[in-house]
Design a protein around this ligand. Structure first.
Ligand SMILES: Cc1cc2nc3c(=O)[nH]c(=O)nc-3n(C[C@H](O)[C@H](O)[C@H](O)COP(=O)(O)O)c2cc1C
Length: 195
């Protein structure tokens, strides 16, 4: 049975960042489908300023060794129990996509490319939400670690802007409210009292 897709508005409003994934694997084909669709994000000059290193399902389980090495400082000194606790942030998701963006020497292009890749990521997050898959954009410090970059084949002049985690979840976290519109919008040519 094909469940009805969320409306764009519902997807935007109801999506939450998931930090408590339940360990279920994520099918790589699902990831490929989302990335293909998300690539319709606007991007200036059609530069397509993004590429991805994806680990999903069985390959994600293998990749956990790399995440332990770079993501759990001093893991060798931890007890098995503490290590397992620390690793929860990596063992919970079922897949990951590292989002790699060129760092153009020109500031305007660099900002445009980061903005476009961010839209790609949000598209992916919304498409995933619609499939019942949770995501979280993470920016741990090790993304800039030269050895980690080398492990992923990231070249000079590129930056990993996101560790985008995918996975299934049992609970939707409570939303943190956003600032009300009257705090973030002023209408040109109107008194502040007027709407
Ligand atoms: C650029 C960016 C970087 C983020 N980095 C992290 C991170 O390193 N760790 C984390 O737990 N969440 C990270 N997040 C997720 C935000 O904390 C999350 O979006 C926020 O909690 C709002 O929750 P919501 O997405 O459910 O509305 C990041 C989000 C963005 C947009």
């Amino acid at each position: 049975m094909n469940e009805q897709a969320l409306s764009v508005r519902d997807a935007i409003i109801s999506r939450r960042s998931i930090k408590n994934f339940n360990g279920q694997p994520v099918d790589p084909e699902n990831i490929a489908e989302m990335l293909e669709d998300a690539a319709w994000a606007p991007n200036h000059g059609n530069r397509n300023p993004w590429r991805f290193v994806v680990a999903a399902d069985k390959e994600y389980v293998k990749f956990l060794d790399i995440l332990r090495e770079y993501g759990v400082p001093k893991w060798k000194e931890l007890s098995e129990e503490d290590l397992e606790k620390q690793m929860k942030k990596f063992t919970g998701p079922g897949a990951v996509a590292f989002v790699i963006v060129p760092e153009d020497a020109r500031q305007k292009e660099r900002l445009e490319d980061y903005a476009a890749a961010s839209m790609f990521i949000q598209n992916t997050q919304l498409l995933a939400w619609d499939k019942g898959i949770g995501t979280c954009w993470k920016t741990p410090g090790f993304l800039d670690n030269p050895k980690f970059r080398e492990e992923l084949g990231v070249k000079q002049g590129e930056r990993i802007i996101s560790m985008l985690q995918f996975g299934y979840f049992d609970e939707i976290p409570k939303a943190r409210s956003r600032k009300p519109l009257n705090e973030i919008v002023t209408y040109y040519g109107r008194d502040s009292e007027e709407v």
